[in-house]
Design a protein around this ligand. Structure first.
Ligand code: ASP
Length: 326
């Protein structure tokens, strides 16, 4: 496996995570200054985007980041590729290896897909979402968004709300934010929360280099009652209801869900005036968030998209061991 793979957030050394956030800060100012300015940081490299599951933000931001930094980007999706004909991930990896891409960014419905692919691909592999397993770049961009607002620090209070069972976003965020000492409370209906999280089990093994960090391995907090904690939060992260991963029977009705967990005018009134409202997107409008949320100044959903572009630019440079030339 190549040492510059990002397969899960726990495997990313803390020093590298901190450097990535720092470089994302450089990238965001560069993007804001120059709009579509080009850099040659990744000149002479090629980036393959292999998306076997739907995506707008993740795929486009990786592609744009690669292009802005001067990498040649090529897209394949399962539709129209040999994956649709039943080619195994191992064979796909070996085929692509013969074409010598400098880096592969991949999304797939299986939770272990990125690890499996990286065993057969000699270059860096970046996990852009693996089933209900991990979504490490989402966690990094969310951490970066919190950092932009001074909230990536010990004692900051964040709630992750909604369909926890099916959420790779929740899994990766929990692991990463704990390393920075952020106090995360999980909020969701019991039948959409893994049982280990309801009883407060730990987060798994510590990240390399993170063992001495504040907040390492804190107890998990979970509650089904969003209203009881809203007023004390610095940030609330809403999760999409993942209908495509449900077998059926997990949810009563969308109305019931939005009544208990949706951000609406009444709940906006309970949130502090300086709190942030986050959502990884895509949003089911009217379910996780009502129309009022999108015009609320505390809503940073689109800022998360900008953070994603910057963070993924920094990550490509990390994976390809290149310096940013701006
Ligand atoms: N876009 C995020 C993901 O790919 C969140 C979501 O789809 O709910 O996991």
């Amino acid at each position: 496996m190549h040492p510059r793979c990002l397969l899960s957030i726990t495997a990313l050394p803390q020093a590298d995570a901190e450097q990535l956030l720092l470089n994302a800060g450089r990238c965001v100012s560069w993007i804001q200054r120059g709009g579509q300015l080009k850099s040659s940081s990744l000149r002479g490299t090629s980036t393959l985007l292999l998306f076997a599951e739907n995506s707008t933000r993740t795929r486009v931001s990786f592609e744009l980041a690669g292009k802005l930094l001067g990498s040649d980007t090529i897209n394949i999706s399962s539709k129209g590729s040999s994956i649709e004909k039943g080619e195994s991930l191992r064979d796909t990896a070996m085929t692509l290896a013969a074409m010598h891409f400098s880096c592969v960014v991949m999304r797939h419905e299986a939770a272990d897909s990125a690890e499996h692919f990286a065993r057969w691909y000699p270059g860096p592999v970046l996990n852009a979402g693996a089933g209900r397993g991990e979504h490490p770049t989402q966690a990094l961009l969310d951490a970066f968004t919190l950092q932009r607002h001074g909230l990536l620090r010990p004692g900051a209070k964040l709630a992750i709300v909604g369909d926890l069972t099916h959420s790779r976003v929740a899994r990766s965020n929990l692991a990463l934010l704990a390393r920075f000492g952020v106090e995360v409370t999980l909020v969701g209906p019991p039948n959409l929360t893994p049982s280990a999280w309801r009883v407060g089990a730990g987060l798994g093994p510590p990240a390399p280099g993170a063992s001495e960090k504040a907040g390492q391995d804190p107890p998990l907090r979970w509650t089904p009652d969003l209203d009881s904690i809203l007023p004390e939060l610095d940030a609330v992260m809403l999760l999409r209801v993942q209908h495509e991963r449900m077998a059926g029977g997990e949810m009563s009705t969308q109305d019931e869900y939005s009544k208990l967990y949706g951000m609406n005018r009444r709940r906006l009134g309970m949130l502090r005036s300086d709190a942030l409202i986050m959502h990884p997107g895509p949003v089911n409008r009217g379910v996780e968030a009502g129309e009022d949320v999108f015009s609320d100044p505390r809503c940073v959903i689109n800022e998360q998209v900008e953070s994603g572009l910057a963070l993924r630019a920094a990550l490509l440079a990390w994976a390809l061991e290149r310096e940013l030339d701006f």
